[in-house]
Design a protein around this ligand. Sequence first.
Ligand code: GLN
Length: 228
Amino acid sequence: MADNLIKIAYLYEDLMNTYGDSGDVKILRFLLKREGYDSQVDNISLDADFDADDYDFVFFGGGQDFEQTVVAKDLPRHKDTLDKYINGGNPMLCICGGYQLMGDYYKTSSGVTIKGLGILPLHTVFKADKRMIGDTKYMTEWGEVTAFENHSGQTYFDDPDKLHPLGDMIEGYGNNPQDKCEGLRYRNFIGSYSHGPLLKNVNVANSIMKIIIERHNERIKQAEKVTD
Ligand code: GLN
């Protein structure tokens, strides 16, 4: 295993990438390069094999309802590996439609319920009162973030003791119009409604990069143990 090669899995890169979400991966690769790391991005698309253990970082971007419907049919194959990866404290970033699919379900504006992976106790529903679109600003543990949101799904946590928001809203809607919070931080899993892309906020990008490098070093240690 190459010591300076960071392996990134981009789930359904060709289907899940709204409003510049792939920029999140590009920014991370740029920052990693500056730290002396090469990186490889594998597109884990429909029917592809995937073992999260082989990766230092998993990314899942946003998508329209149609693409989410297509992806949701293929995604359950990866439930066990993602569950283990996330609950093992490894870094994953999910944006908007990808974030929604990690929860129990997303009930769309046409009344269709798209089943999510159910790894995180949250659900998303369309409510006719509002499409949440516009600029957002919120405060995270890494400082202020500015971004852009555009979603009809409203996300609610079903186990608020387990799940914590990524940030407190200053401007915009975030998860839903009532809770005044944005996204999710669970261990090193980050879910967010922020496009633009999110990681143009270098405070967040640098913090995620550090977690990725920690995970990478851990993986190298494990690989060395196996070959000892
Ligand atoms: N289709 C979802 C919604 O409208 C997610 C949108 C997105 O990923 N940009 O809520």
